[in-house]
Design a protein around this ligand. Structure first.
Ligand SMILES: N[C@@H](Cc1ccc(O)cc1)C(=O)O
Length: 318
């Protein structure tokens, strides 16, 4: 199945800048794509899994994934979806978290592939040597304040005020996209639906400067059918770090998925085939009490994140 058809089947396409153009590009050959992750804590959580696994899907389909860890952007903080300014973390903290997140990402992508090896970047590597005059003359000049004010993130913060630093976040992310496009041939950025404004800011910069082909694709915000937030439990977030959320608790979390959500989550978070998923869908309908789909979901995601040994440990305890 074509990667874009697979993503559509899984309900993973929320918005895209030019799907037909992107399809053409993907058909022509290897596409390099990236997703970025800010080190705002020592570990990724399951909210990050969707972009990570989507990178993996692209790699399996013959493309080259780049994972960017925001050692620089993490020093400012993405205002997207936040109702107030973020407190700053120290440089030491951000650096430490950048390293642990880099390690976590490596489990999901193939870094040794002979032709399509994945890569990890840290945007601090390029931002550390850019000075403010250069940045304003080269990047700031490409955006009108009017354009920035029109972004949803900024709009929603206007009543209470938003700092110049947080408002500039979109320019940092835009700069990354252009940098990876120019230096490393990256032509697609993917992210959660809330990243649309930042991704399109990058496209703005790329097309104004060199007219290159570049695309943006976002994934849906994960909602539970009962209206509560996905991934948040009474005990807090579900982390990928086994020291913060044990493989047992991780496995249990997925086992408790509602019948109404389980097939959607299987599509998002597992690599099971369309046929297998359709069979499980049937099973939820005809024999929900067996919880076959939940068992499968918990098994597959725990295996992906924690590996075989941790999975058998988690199953034995339960
Ligand atoms: N802004 C993204 C992270 C990110 C950082 C830098 C980028 O170039 C891309 C994405 C987020 O908060 O999820």
């Amino acid at each position: 199945m074509h990667i874009l058809d697979d993503l559509a089947f899984r309900g993973l396409v929320h918005q895209a800048t030019d799907l037909e153009g992107l399809r053409e590009q993907l058909n022509k050959g290897t596409v390099k794509l990236y997703a970025g992750f800010d080190p705002t804590a020592e570990s990724l959580h399951i909210g990050h899994l969707l972009p990570v696994l989507t990178l993996r899907r692209f790699q399996q389909a013959g493309h080259v994934p780049f994972a960017l860890v925001g050692g620089a952007t993490g020093m400012i903080g993405d205002p997207t979806g936040r109702s107030e300014e973020r407190p700053y973390n120290t440089h030491e903290m951000v650096e430490q978290w950048t390293n642990s997140i880099r390690g976590q990402l490596s489990r999901f992508l193939d870094f040794d592939h002979p032709e399509r090896a994945a890569r990890v970047f840290n945007n601090f590597d390029w931002f550390r040597s850019i000075n403010v005059i250069e940045f304003l003359r080269d990047t700031g000049i490409r955006f009108t304040v009017n354009y920035m004010l029109a972004k949803e993130t900024v709009q929603s913060r206007l009543p209470l005020g938003i700092s110049f630093s947080e408002m500039s976040y979109m320019l940092l992310q835009a700069y990354d996209f252009r940098f990876l496009h120019e230096r490393h041939g990256c032509s697609l950025q993917i992210g959660g639906s809330d990243q649309w404004g930042n991704i399109t800011a990058g496209l703005e910069l790329i097309s104004r400067k060199d007219g290159g082909d570049a695309f943006g694709l976002t994934m849906p915000l994960i909602m539970k059918s009962d209206g509560t937030k996905f991934g948040k439990t009474a005990g807090g977030a579900i982390w990928l770090d086994p020291d913060k959320t044990s493989p047992f608790r991780f496995h249990q979390f997925w086992l408790q998925t509602d019948d109404a959500d389980v097939i959607r989550f299987i599509k998002y978070f597992t690599f099971l085939s369309k046929e297998e998923i359709e069979r499980l869908e049937q099973a939820v309908r005809t024999a929900p009490e067996r919880r076959e789909a939940q068992t499968m979901l918990a098994r597959e995601v725990t295996l992906l994140v924690h590996g075989e040994e941790a999975l058998s440990g988690a199953i034995q305890v339960s």
